[in-house]
Ligand binder design. Structure first.
Ligand SMILES: [Zn+2]
Length: 325
């Protein structure tokens, strides 16, 4: 996808476009911003414009063989380094980057390496990368992608030009989703809000499995007083990603109820497609109990990110979410 097709991100795209037009694309870039806002898409768009065979004045053509290969992920000069297990390891940096970067491009003009996510670099791998950043080969462009740039070494960050990416306003994202997915304006707006203005996240949430998962998690919250939170942990399974996603769904639900309890505008609600279930759910709650549940969910999410035992986190959370006797 060429730069012109990126949603929002005008400032970042303009920075990249100007750098390319003046032949001043830095050897090391750091794309930062929340997950799902288009960092990787922008990195590939930059790789296209750098290697396009028939570039326009301000962008890649998006259609030549080079552009198509990059979009398909099989251009020999554009590589994406991803974690092997949980980390980007030193072996990957040495073999896939250091040894490869000194070779001439095979088909294109520039060799482009994406490191995604850059914060997954082990300390050894980061130090090895630092050596390349100190003296990058002429044809090389490194693009570090990170939603947690504060976790990177300062020495690495300081050698990269940072380009920031932001979530989109829901009213801006919704029409794009509507066109792309062929859904109603109402559903598109709900999706745009639920995704927090992140296009990739919205597309993910529109998939049948993701929709089924959200309905299932919200079902636990709808079950009201009869619900036993002690069994939900078993239903959920132990995959940390899945549990984190469930926490996000529940957090959006209790946040909505809290807003309603404070008589906030319905415009602010996220789960608009389940709005009819909110008033009955609210009957069992007070602003205090809702706030406590939101806090318990945030604490649980934090514990999960610090590798606290998933089952233990779920059990404690189950107690916090149980209706008052
Ligand atoms: Zn092209």
């Amino acid at each position: 996808m060429p730069l012109r097709d990126l949603q929002g991100q005008e400032a970042g795209v303009e920075q990249l476009r100007r750098a390319w037009q003046h032949d001043r694309v830095p050897h090391a870039l750091l794309f930062t911003g929340p997950e799902g806002v288009g960092k990787r898409t922008a990195a590939l768009a930059l790789a296209q414009v750098l290697n396009c065979r028939e570039p326009r004045v301000d962008d890649a053509c998006g259609e030549c063989l080079s552009c198509r290969k990059i979009a398909a992920g099989n251009h020999p000069d554009v590589r994406c380094l991803e974690p092997d297990g949980a980390h980007l390891k030193i072996g990957q940096i040495r073999e896939d980057l250091q040894h490869d970067a000194v070779l001439k491009p095979l088909e294109g003009r520039r060799k482009v390496y994406l490191l995604d996510p850059a914060e997954s670099l082990t300390p050894e791998a980061a130090n090895s990368l630092l050596k390349i950043l100190e003296e990058p080969p002429e044809t090389v462009v490194l693009i570090l992608i990170s939603a947690q740039p504060f976790a990177l070494l300062d020495t690495i960050r300081s050698r990269c030009q940072e380009i920031r990416f932001f979530p989109l306003p829901a009213l801006r994202l919704a029409p794009w989703l509507q066109g792309k997915l062929g859904i109603s304006a109402e559903d598109a707006l709900a999706l745009a809000r639920l995704s927090g203005g992140r296009p990739a996240e919205a597309l993910h949430m529109s998939e049948p499995e993701a929709r089924e998962f959200r309905a299932r998690v919200l079902g636990w919250a709808f079950a009201g007083r009869e619900r036993t939170w002690s069994v939900w942990a078993k239903d959920l399974g132990a995959e940390p990603e899945e549990v984190t996603e469930a926490f996000g769904v529940l957090l959006s639900w209790y946040r909505d109820l809290l807003l309603l309890a404070h008589r906030a505008s319905r415009e602010l609600l996220l789960n608009v497609d389940h709005a009819e279930k909110m008033p009955p759910a609210l009957a069992d709650e007070t602003p205090e109990t809702l706030l406590a549940k939101c806090r318990a969910l945030l604490a649980a999410r934090d514990q999960l990110s610090r590798n606290v035992n998933t089952q233990w986190v779920l059990e404690v959370l189950g107690l916090a979410l149980a209706p008052a006797a």
